[in-house]
Design a protein around this ligand. Sequence first.
Ligand code: 5GP
Ligand code: ZN
Length: 117
Amino acid sequence: MTQQTPDDCIFCRIVAGELPSERVAETERSIAIRDINPAAPVHVLVVPRRHEPTVGALAASSDDLTDVFRLVQQVAEQEGVADAHRMVVNTGSGAGQTVFHAHVHVLAGARFSEEWL
Ligand code: 5GP
Ligand code: ZN
């Protein structure tokens, strides 16, 4: 799996405020930003401030993991989609992961495929 050090990681740079983003919410441990290339009317990324390449690696810290899911819930409520949203986590390039800093996609407002789920 591709590894990025925090210095060349887009999301680390967004967390640090070195690159612009549309922040919709944040906590001490995580930020929520609108996806630059939205796949649905609501498409927010919840990104832990701590760099780990995958959500699986982030799970070593239950505090960070819990915070990400709390922020997902807060964003869903803020966006008015608490009862109709989908969380997506891509792990590994084979599953479509392109940014190797853990993040959860929060998607809503579209009719999602039922092919898999
Ligand atoms: P992945 O495919 O790794 O699960 O998702 C990465 C997501 O990050 C993609 O949906 C992509 O559009 C988004 N993304 C990539 N670069 C940027 C950026 O600079 N800013 C924002 N807001 N989103 C980005
Ligand atoms: Zn990073």
